[in-house]
Ligand binder design. Structure first.
Ligand SMILES: O=P(O)(O)OC[C@H]1O[C@H](O)[C@H](O)[C@@H](O)[C@@H]1O
Length: 543
């Protein structure tokens, strides 16, 4: 892949000038002056309707951003990504979560070998296992069918499965799926306290099988289990998903109970692999397959569509526009469905662990902003919480609004209210409320001039706040697959433009190393040299 400092490109220079000229752009006027604006900035694809017309852009912005994508080599980079090149250079790995959702006849090479058949072998194993557990033919050590499943994992081995099982709750079967992630012992205890070992299946998910949290939780759960069940029953109740088979075997899990994954699947992009076993158990294999199909359709769209009509490309370019020219630091993600309540948390890892990098692909410190901060909560709840700041605060917060045309429970009245809020918020953020409008409103309430003058500044909304609307027909496994893949590709595009390696995560290592040193000191009750703050706190903790 090309290593281009984006700020040295022609397009960047043009964008800087364009930004200076455009700084005062008023969205309301833009809409007034350009009847075609909504049309020009809306993309319709399959069951997706993506309207980014309420962003601080003109057609020129769009074409300059596309120029930036071309100059930084996005097209070739997409080829390298799907072609299995080692684009994760610092770890010497390909990045091929997309291979996990390919069709059986696909040819995807890693180190000269087609990996599709391996992928399908594991998929077959997931399918058989899920069916057996769901139907009850696979039983626990006392001959009872399983009722509960516990996924033990953290980071990418937790967030994807949690987010998706919550998102697809409507499609869930009788199995209750639980998640243990935090090394906080209160988490594991709260999860296991009401579980019956006879009917509970445990899935240990760890790509590396060396993660402190997951190994501690697995050990605690295994001891709890062993207090009630004989040793040989562990094989019936514990399975693992990992790319480190020897470590799993050493933990005492039978080889046939191991679901392999590969080093070319990054943890935060792994829900499509056997890491998604809890998803398949919870909603059935066919729904899991539909999730993969959705993602594959988005992959095809991303690979084949010209930049101008390419949803992930257009949305990624907008994030670059705000991040690097407006110097916005955050991006809000507001799903208008309770089912997606973990989606922002999932995206926090996917986006921030990927592009939170301060050196470029040549190892030089960057002198421009990279990874943005992502946050959010579902609407309408968020409206009653932090929307105040988006509407009237001092920070620019571009926001993605994600909504669905139909509600799953067919609660028409509720859904109309939900969606009325969905549309109203982006309109309000765009239009704002001028002092004239406020004045008229207050006058109509028969307020005195003096009172109006006092209150007026507080009731003005500047508007001009950018939003992107993603409106999807219905929340299904397939549409969810598309939505997740859309953000995955957005991450990729950002990484190419920012010239960073999106697929490593060295930044999580230092804390881990220090924690292991401090753990020793805590266990030995022997505080070593630290800065005086840490030292004092450790002593206080140990007292
Ligand atoms: O699946 P594991 O190897 O247990 O890794 C779990 C998680 O921990 C790491 O520290 C990384 O930050 C994550 O990207 C990863 O998903």
């Amino acid at each position: 892949m090309k290593h281009t400092n984006p700020t040295r490109t022609e397009a960047w220079k043009k964008l800087e000038e364009h930004y200076t000229a455009l700084r005062e752009l008023g969205l309301k006027e833009e809409f007034r002056n350009d009847p075609e604006r909504a049309e020009a900035f809306t993309l319709e694809w399959e069951d997706f309707y993506v309207d980014f017309s309420k962003n601080l852009i003109t057609r020129e912005t769009q074409s300059l951003l596309q120029e930036l994508a071309s100059e930084t080599g996005l097209k070739e980079a997409i080829g390298s990504y799907f072609g299995g090149e080692q684009i994760n250079r610092t770890e010497g790995r390909a990045v091929l979560h997309t291979a996990l959702r390919e069709t059986k006849d696909a040819h995807v090479e890693v180190d000269g070998e087609n990996v599709t058949s391996e992928v399908f072998e594991v998929k077959e194993k997931i399918k058989t296992f899920s069916n057996d557990v769901i139907e009850g033919s696979k039983k626990g050590y006392t001959g009872k069918a399983f009722t509960d499943v516990v996924n033990i994992g953290i980071g990418g081995s937790d967030l994807g499965p949690v987010m998706v099982t919550e998102a697809l709750e409507y499609y869930k079967n009788h199995l209750k799926v639980h998640f243990v992630s935090n090394v906080d012992g209160d988490h594991v205890q709260e999860v296991i306290k009401d579980l019956n070992p006879e009917t509970t299946l445990f899935i240990i998910v760890s790509k590396s099988f060396s993660t402190q949290e997951t190994l501690s939780n697995s050990t605690t759960i295994r001891s709890w289990f062993r207090k009630k069940a004989p040793a040989e029953s562990v094989a019936k109740h514990f399975v693992a998903v990992s790319s480190n088979v020897p470590a799993v075997e050493e933990f005492g899990i039978e080889t046939e109970n191991i679901f392999p994954m590969w080093d070319w699947v990054g943890g935060r992009f792994s829900l499509w692999s056997a890491v998604g076993l809890s998803i398949s158990l919870s909603v059935g294999y066919d729904n899991f397959e539909s999730l993969l199909t959705g993602a594959r359709k988005m992959d095809e769209h991303f690979r084949e569509t010209p930049f101008k009509e390419n949803i992930p490309v257009q949305l990624a370019l907008l994030t670059v526009w705000y991040n690097n020219f407006f110097k916005a630091e955050t991006q809000a993600i507001i799903p208008y469905t309770q089912y997606l309540h973990r989606f922002p948390a999932y995206l926090q890892q996917a986006i921030m662990e990927s592009n939170g990098k301060g050196v470029d692909r040549d190892g030089n410190k960057v002198d421009y902003q990279t990874g943005n901060i992502v946050w959010g909560e579902p609407g309408t709840n968020s409206q009653h919480a932090f929307f105040q700041l988006i509407h009237q605060g001092t920070k620019l917060i571009p926001a993605d609004f994600i909504g669905f045309k139909r509600s799953l429970h067919n609660e028409k009245d509720h859904h109309n209210k939900l969606m009325a809020n969905f549309f109203a918020q982006t309109e309000a953020l765009l239009a704002g409320k001028s002092s004239n409008e406020v004045r008229q409103e207050l006058e109509s309430k028969k307020m005195s001039e003096q009172e109006i003058e006092k209150l007026l500044p507080f009731k003005v909304f500047e508007g001009n706040k950018p939003t992107t609307t993603i409106l999807i027909n219905e929340l299904t496994p397939e549409s969810l697959g598309k939505l997740i893949a859309l953000y995955e590709h957005q991450i990729f595009v950002q990484g190419v433009i920012w010239n960073v390696y999106s697929y490593d995560q060295w930044g999580v290592e230092l804390g881990k190393q220090l924690a292991s040193k401090i753990l020793n000191e805590i266990e030995e009750n022997d505080v070593q040299e630290h800065d005086s703050s840490t030292k004092k706190m450790l002593k206080f903790f140990l007292k």
